[in-house]
Ligand binder design. Structure first.
Ligand code: UD1
Length: 337
C-alpha cells in the first residue's frame, strides 16, 4: 500500500509517516518546506530505516499536482496535513491563509476524483468548535464563529470535504485534534517552530533551555480552578497512530458514511499551571514565568469527549501529560546539541 502524506515533513506529518512506515506502508511525501526542513526526511529514515519518497512543491500549483499524479498512479490513500497553522499570523494575513489552505485542498480533491483515489484522512482541529456550550465537547457540537481566519479555514475545509465526498467517489475521515504536544521517543523528530513560538510547549522548553527569558502565562483570572486556561493536551505520537487507524478504517470499508468525524484528545483538561508543574517535575528544571494579560482570541477551556473515537474508531490516547512534557524537553535538548 502506498500512502501520500502531504505536509509529511511537518510536526504531526513526520510522526505519522514514521507510524505508517512501521506498519509496513510505503509513504510518499509532498511538502513545500514552508515550515520544515529537508533534514526531517532523513530523521524519519533514521527512525524507521526507510527513506520516504519526497517531492518538494506547493499543492496550490495545479500543474505540479497534475504532473505528480500522472507519474504516480499507484497511490492508495491520502493523509492531508499541508496547511498554514499560525493563529496570530492568520489574523494579520487572512488572504494568505484562505488561499493556501483552501486552494491546496480543492486541488487535491479535484485530482483524487480524476485519478480515482478514494480515501482521505484530513487534519482538522478542535478550533472548529470555538468555545463550546457543553464540556467535554462531542463531535456533533455546532461550529461557533471562528476566532481566527486559521480556524475558519478548518471549518470551510471540513465543509468542502463533506460536500465533495457526498457526490464524488471519495470517503473521508476528519480528525479534530485538541492540543498536540511532545515529540518522538527517539528525539529525532519533534516540533520545530520558526522564530518565536506561539504555542505553549515550545515556549516552555525554549525558556527552560535559555533561548527565552521567561514564559508569559496569558491570564490568571479565567473561571477555572487556578485561573489559567484549560486545554486537552495530547501526545503527538498518539495523534499519529490515530491517522493509521483512520486510514485502515477507510481501506477496510468500515466507515458508516462518506465523511466521518472524530475528536482526537485524551478527554482530560489541564491548566497552563498544571502543564508547567508537570514540566518542572519531570525535568527537575525550574521554569521562569510571569502572569500577563489574557491573549486575544484565547478560549477559556476546552477538552474532548473521546467516546466516539474510542468506541467507533477503536483508538485511545495512551500517553499521559508527564510523558508529553518530558519528550518535548528531550527533543529541545537534542536540538541544542
Ligand atoms: C491554537 C488553536 C489550535 C491550533 C493551535 C496550533 C484555538 C482554540 N486553538 O491552540 O486549533 O491547532 O493553536 O497553532 O484556536 N499560552 C501561554 N503562554 C504562551 C503560549 C500559550 O500562557 O506563551 C497558553 C494559552 O493562553 C493557552 C494554552 O497556553 O491557554 C495553549 O496555547 P497554545 O499552545 O497556543 O494552543 P491553543 O491556543 O490552545
Amino acid at each position: 500500500m502506498k500512502i501520500l502524506v502531504t505536509g509529511g515533513a511537518g510536526y504531526i506529518g513526520s510522526h505519522t509517516v514514521v507510524e505508517l512506515q512501521q506498519k509496513g506502508y510505503d509513504v510518499v511525501i509532498i511538502d513545500n518546506l514552508s515550515n520544515s526542513t529537508k533534514e526531517v526526511i532523513y530523521s524519519i529514515e533514521k527512525i524507521s530505516g526507510k527513506l520516504p519518497e519526497f517531492h518538494q512543491f506547493d499543492l496550490c500549483d495545479e500543474n505540479l499536482i497534475g504532473k505528480f499524479f500522472s507519474n504516480n498512479n499507484d497511490i492508495d490513500g491520502i493523509i492531508h496535513f499541508a496547511a498554514f497553522k499560525a493563529v496570530g499570523e492568520s489574523v494579520e494575513q487572512p488572504l494568505k491563509y484562505y488561499h493556501n489552505n483552501l486552494t491546496s485542498l480543492i486541488n487535491l480533491l479535484k485530482y483524487m476524483n480524476e485519478v480515482q483515489i478514494k480515501n482521505l484522512v484530513f487534519s482538522s482541529s478542535c478550533t472548529v468548535y470555538g468555545q463550546p456550550d457543553m464540556l467535554p465537547v462531542k463531535e456533533d457540537a455546532p461550529f461557533k464563529k471562528a476566532f481566527s481566519p486559521y480556524g475558519h479555514t478548518k471549518q470551510i475545509c471540513e465543509q468542502i470535504i463533506e460536500c465533495a465526498s457526498s457526490v464524488h467517489n471519495i470517503k473521508a475521515i476528519l480528525l479534530r485534534y485538541f492540543n498536540p504536544i511532545g515529540a518522538h521517543d527517539s528525539s529525532l523528530i519533534g516540533e520545530l517552530p520558526l522564530g518565536i513560538p506561539n504555542n505553549l510547549l515550545p515556549f516552555i522548553t525554549q525558556t527552560a533551555i535559555g533561548k527565552r527569558d521567561y514564559l508569559k502565562v496569558f491570564g490568571n483570572d479565567y473561571d477555572t480552578p487556578d485561573g489559567t486556561c484549560i486545554r486537552d493536551y495530547i501526545h503527538v505520537v498518539d495523534i499519529a497512530k490515530a491517522h493509521v487507524v483512520a486510514l485502515e478504517r477507510l481501506q477496510n470499508n468500515k466507515t458508516n458514511s462518506s465523511c466521518e468525524v472524530f475528536n482526537l484528545g485524551t478527554g482530560k483538561g489541564f491548566s497552563v499551571l498544571e502543564v508547567i508543574k508537570s514540566f518542572e517535575k519531570v525535568t527537575g528544571v525550574k521554569l521562569n514565568y510571569k502572569f500577563v494579560d489574557r491573549r486575544h482570541g484565547d478560549i477559556e477551556k476546552v477538552w474532548a469527549d473521546t467516546t466516539f473515537a474510542n468506541k467507533v474508531l477503536g483508538w485511545k490516547a495512551e500517553k499521559g501529560l508527564d510523558e508529553m512534557t518530558l519528550s518535548a524537553w528531550n527533543w529541545e535538548k537534542k536540538l541544542k546539541k
